[in-house]
Structures are given as structure tokens and as C-alpha cells.
Design a protein around this ligand. Structure first.
Ligand code: NAD
Length: 367
């Protein structure tokens, strides 16, 4: 949730300064020469519970880039868990390298051993370039892993739950913007018809929304168009379409200096993480333009709710969807707080998340 300027400040200072600035508890470097494993685990906050967040494998251009990424992502997980009412803290891991070349059973199990050495302070799951099958190898070395396939007793693919939460958040934002959460006849531009985007498109099509879709992979956009009577648009064209709602479901930072004045919508609600390139600047600009922004880390929390309940115990599909449905009311509460206090909605969401951490941190009964 840290903005671009803060990130620049982070990457130009020493490691302990970076931890101070982002308020991290711990950064763990894992190195195994034999398998080529180079991983960094970021533990941001464990006040509410163990730090849960997926592992991302990426061919980072530098070690600093990997550190910046893990600090930013793990901090975001703290807010996401807190706002979702989970007794979990925020963490994330990154593995440096080419996932197609480096991953092997030994490599993944070695990583599992490192996670085990933290005794449950950090719990992993899948993220970019890590699959449920990879989690199975990690699980051979540690219990502190979630996101396993349903056929081996895990909570399965989190994407459908994430899409449901985004749909709930979008409906709440529509209620605030249009006075009704009914999306029929509303034009929605979905950027990215991937795992989450496709499920979101299903919900929106069932409600008779008018759909525009873009995807880097043209075949996906055309499939969505054919299956759901959507209109496929170009990668750049999507910012200019005549839309009521913009749903970024591909990349982060798509609300930036180049796009913000092109958006003619009343609502922004999508699955992507870190949608605002500069949180403070673009959050304020959206507010000034009268665009209702559904905070990304709140409305895309369905996947975390799924893996979080799976880890904490008592997982059932019904329970997960009921908890995810609450995103509707939480979004409304945050949008009302934003209006009342004259602060942008992302800031209001962080304020509520931080309040929960501070209140529960004081009574110290959370696990
Ligand atoms: P995905 O990789 O399955 O889908 C992303 C899609 O976006 C792909 O089809 C890709 O071709 C497309 N894309 C890439 N660049 C694009 C561009 N410039 N314009 C249009 N389309 C583009 O990913 P996903 O699992 O569906 O996740 C979507 C977003 O939501 C990601 O930002 C992810 O971090 C976030 N998210 C996902 C989950 C989850 O449960 N999967 C949970 C929380 C947040």
C-alpha cells in the first residue's frame, strides 16, 4: 500500500531503514547453493496472528527489486487480513529466478524446510509462478502452507472466491455511486479475462451488465466476447470506452498519470493489487473527480479468506463465501467513512484495518 515515491525512498536506503520505514518485523534471507534457491521472506506484522501470504517467483532484475517487492507485498497482506476480519498477520515470500528453469522437487522442499524453521510465524500459499502442485512439495517439509488442491483436502483454487468478493465490492460501490446495487444495464469494462476476470464476467453477464473486455491474450478477450455477448476492445482502448464501471483485473498501477483523465466511469472496482500508481495522489484525484473507488486490497480479499480459513481450520465452501459476502457491507462502511472524513477510500480502508490491529493488539487475546 506504499506509494511509488515511498518505494523510491525505500530502495535507496539501508535494509534496516527500509524495515523501519515499512514497519516490518522481520526479513528472512534463504540461500541454498545446491539447488540454486534464493528466497526472501517478509514478515510485516504478526499482531493479529501468523503472517500469511503467497510466494511469488520472479526473475527480478536485482536483489533490491526483490526486497522492495517483498516488503511492499507483505505490508499489503497485513491490511488485507485485518480488514477481512481474519486472525492473520501479513507476510509474503519472493523467490529470485526463472521458475521454468529452477523449480524442482529438491528446490521446493528446501524452501519448505526454510518455512518450517520459522515455526509457523510465516505461512505460505501460491502466487505468481507458483502452483498448487508446488505447494504439495513444500507441504512435504512443513505444515505451514495452504492453498492445496481440493482433491488432497485443501481449499482449492482461490480465484472464483476472489471474483465473488470483487463482485460484492463492485455492487457496494455501485450502490454508493448510483443509489442501487443493481448492475443490469450498467456498462462494465473488465481489463484482463484471466482466472479472476472470467469468473467476474460470469457474475456480471448473469446480471445483464453490458460488458467490454480487453486481454493481452486476444483469444481470451474473444472468448469472453463470444460466451457473454461482451465487446472485445484493445489494450489501450479500454481506458476510453463509455463505461459506468472500470474493473482492472490484470495488472497493478493502471490508474496513473496517463490514464486517470481518460476514465469516464463513476466506479472503479477490480481484482488487481495496487491499482493506484501513486496511492495518495491518484486516490485523491479519483475522489475529486467523483469516481467511487472500491479499495483493491479489500475487495480482492476472497482468495485470502479462502486460504486463511483453510489454514486456521473449519474450512467449508459455505463459510468462505459467507465471509466473502461481507465485503459488500465493509465496502459501503469504508465509502461512507471516506465521505464523512473527506479522505480517499483507500486511506479510509487502511484506517479501519489499522484500527482493528491496534485494538486487538492491546487486548492480546488474538492468536
Ligand atoms: P491471471 O494471470 O489468470 O489473469 C490476468 C489476465 O490479464 C491474463 O489473461 C493476462 O493475459 C491479462 N493481461 C495481462 N496484461 C494485460 C493488459 N495490459 N491488458 C489486459 N489484459 C492483460 O491472473 P488472476 O489470477 O486472474 O489475477 C488477476 C489480478 O488479480 C492480478 O493482478 C492478481 O494479482 C490479482 N489477484 C488475484 C487473486 C486470485 O485469487 N487469483 C487474488 C487477489 C488478487
Amino acid at each position: 500500500m506504499i506509494d511509488v515515491k515511498e518505494e523510491e525512498k525505500v530502495s535507496s536506503s539501508g535494509i534496516f531503514d527500509q524495515l523501519d520505514l515499512m514497519e516490518h518485523e522481520q526479513l528472512v534471507f534463504c540461500n541454498d547453493k545446491a539447488t540454486g534457491l534464493k528466497a526472501i521472506i517478509g514478515i510485516h506484522c504478526t499482531v493479529l496472528g501468523p503472517a500469511l501470504g503467497g510466494t511469488r517467483m520472479w526473475n527480478y532484475a536485482s536483489e533490491q527489486e526483490a526486497i522492495t517487492d517483498v516488503l511492499r507485498l507483505s505490508r499489503g497482506m497485513t491490511f488485507k487480513a485485518a480488514i477481512s476480519g481474519l486472525n492473520l498477520g501479513g507476510g509474503k515470500a519472493v523467490i529470485i529466478g526463472d521458475s521454468k528453469k529452477l523449480k524442482s522437487e529438491a528446490f521446493l522442499r528446501r524452501f519448505g524446510k526454510f518455512i518450517e524453521s520459522l515455526n509457523g510465524k510465516y505461512i505460505t500459499a501460491e502466487d505468481v509462478n507458483m502452483s498448487p502442485d508446488d505447494m504439495e512439495y513444500i507441504a512435504m517439509e512443513t505444515r505451514h502452507v495452504t492453498g492445496l488442491s481440493e482433491n488432497i483436502g485443501g481449499g482449492g483454487d482461490p480465484s472464483p472466491v476472489t471474483a465473488f468478493g470483487v463482485y460484492m465490492g463492485m455492487k457496494a460501490a455501485a450502490k454508493k455511486a448510483f443509489g442501487s446495487d443493481d448492475l443490469s444495464g450498467k456498462s462494465v469494462a473488465v481489463q484482463g479475462a484471466g482466472q479472476v476476470g472470467m469468473h467476474l464476467i460470469d457474475y456480471l453477464a448473469k446480471e445483464n451488465a453490458k460488458l467490454y473486455v480487453s486481454d493481452f491474450d486476444q483469444k481470451r478477450a474473444l472468448k469472453a466476447a463470444a460466451d457473454h455477448n461482451a465487446i472485445a476492445v484493445g489494450l489501450d482502448e479500454i481506458y476510453d470506452v463509455d463505461m459506468d464501471i472500470y474493473a482492472p483485473c490484470a495488472l497493478g498501477a493502471t490508474i496513473n498519470d496517463n490514464t486517470i483523465d481518460r476514465l469516464k466511469c463513476n466506479v472503479v472496482a477490480g481484482a488487481a493489487n495496487n491499482q493506484l500508481a501513486d496511492e495518495e495522489k491518484h486516490g485523491n484525484q479519483l475522489m475529486q473527480k467523483g469516481i467511487v473507488y472500491a479499495p483493491d486490497f479489500l475487495i480482492n480479499a476472497g482468495g485470502l479468506i479462502n486460504v486463511g480459513i483453510d489454514y486456521l481450520g473449519g474450512w467449508s465452501k459455505d463459510r468462505v463465501y459467507k465471509k466473502t459476502e461481507k465485503i459488500f457491507q465493509t465496502t459501503l462502511d469504508i465509502l461512507n467513512l471516506s465521505e464523512k472524513e473527506g479522505i480517499h477510500s483507500q486511506k479510509a480502508a487502511i484506517k479501519l484495518a489499522t484500527k482493528r490491529i491496534h485494538e486487538l493488539g492491546k487486548i492480546k487475546t488474538v492468536r
